[in-house]
Write a protein that binds this ligand. Structure first.
Ligand code: APR
Length: 337
């Protein structure tokens, strides 16, 4: 997944480079700046002293010293002043310039905090949206297989509206409860409920006579395989009139994985990958179920993750970012994460 959103302390990330939300002096501070300097040790500050500061929107690179990463890229985000002073474009530059430096240093993985969303007051949800959009813009223009981690340190970064949260909660309760009621009644309908089985009931019986199977009918059945997941995916891409890269980028799936799926018609993706493609293709629920089935999965009402995905598809909302906000709010793993 080229862009992954993770909940973590960035000083623990084993990425090739982590990005520091610094100030223009580059001489340390509080927040993530303070945490990075504390974890890297005094050598980091010593190297920062040689850099001569950094302008807002620009980025400079140092070694990682005692951190588990090779490099630290220091960038200075804009101070939020209401959004009408070019803050968005300056924040975008932080990401683009940091990624350009990372690529120049040969990094394959880069981890960002939510720049400017702490002391500098940038609203968290917008800061996250700029982070995702800028990373996607850079990765779209860049043919390197870099993976960008967006590291969320506190839940406040993902605040979905109260109404949306309540809607989804009711939707989950209706289906989750219904599933559990059905599952229990299913179990009670079993021919011999567990508590009725007694030792004496076990009689040794000869194995059931098996019907010798007719090889030709089995070969015939196997030859009539349905369309595979990969075949349906490629057919849907053609029907939508989009390119392969538009599809896998929207699904937040990396190029290597997509070419595996394209070249092997029997390729079995993971469930999150299959769902990410269904969302990227904006399939209705019936076709989403069909595509998942071809990968060997179903949307189950025993899983909050599945019910939330179903909620968004039923409401025609295929915005992976908003879906992730909801999944995050319900402590579920994220699409593309
Ligand atoms: N790991 C990941 N993210 C973190 C961590 C951490 N250990 N600590 C804080 N954060 C998050 C915050 O929750 C916030 O979402 O980093 C984001 C950026 O917050 P700040 O660190 O306050 O950075 P910023 O808003 O860009 O302000 C920069 O603050 O620390 C000073 O010297 C810095 O003057 C500069 C200003």
């Amino acid at each position: 997944m080229p862009i992954r959103i993770v909940r973590q302390d960035i000083t623990k990330m084993k990425a090739d480079a982590i990005v520091n939300a610094a100030n223009s002096s580059l001489l340390g501070g509080g927040g993530v700046d303070g945490a990075i300097h504390a974890a890297a040790g005094p050598e980091l500050l010593a190297e920062c002293r040689t850099l001569g500061g950094c302008k807002t929107g620009e980025a400079k690179i140092t070694r990682g010293y005692r951190l588990p990463c090779k490099f630290v890229i220091h960038t200075v985000g804009p101070v939020w002043q209401g959004g009408k002073n070019g803050e968005r474009s300056q924040l975008r530059s932080c990401y683009i310039n940091s990624l350009a430096l990372a690529r120049k240093a040969g990094c394959e993985t880069v981890a960002f905090p939510l720049i400017s969303s702490g002391v500098y007051g940038y609203p968290k949800a917008e800061a996250l949206s700029v982070a995702v959009d800028s990373a996607r813009e850079f990765l779209d223009s860049d043919d390197s297989d870099m993976t960008v981690y967006i590291v969320i340190f506190d839940k406040a970064a993902y605040r979905i509206g109260e109404k949306l949260f309540k809607d989804i909660e009711e939707y989950i309760d209706d289906r989750y409860a219904e599933w559990h009621v059905n599952a229990r009644s299913e179990m009670l309908r079993m021919p011999m409920a567990a508590e009725n089985i007694h030792e004496a009931d076990f009689t040794v019986c000869s194995p059931m006579p098996t019907k010798s199977f007719d090889k030709s009918s089995l070969t015939d059945a196997v030859s009539k395989l349905d369309e595979s997941f990969s075949e349906m995916l490629l057919r849907k891409i053609d029907e939508r009139g989009i390119s392969d890269s538009q599809c896998y980028k929207k699904a937040n799936i990396d190029r290597k994985l997509f070419s595996k799926i394209r070249s092997d018609k029997n390729y079995r993706p993971s469930k999150p990958t299959a769902i990410a493609f269904a969302v990227a293709l904006e399939l209705p629920l019936s076709e989403t179920r069909e595509m998942l089935e071809k990968a060997g999965f179903a949307l189950s009402h025993s899983s909050k993750f599945d019910i939330i995905i179903e909620y968004f598809i039923e409401h025609g909302n295929y915005n992976i970012f908003e879906i992730n906000e909801a999944l995050f709010a319900f402590d579920q793993s994220l699409l593309g994460a």
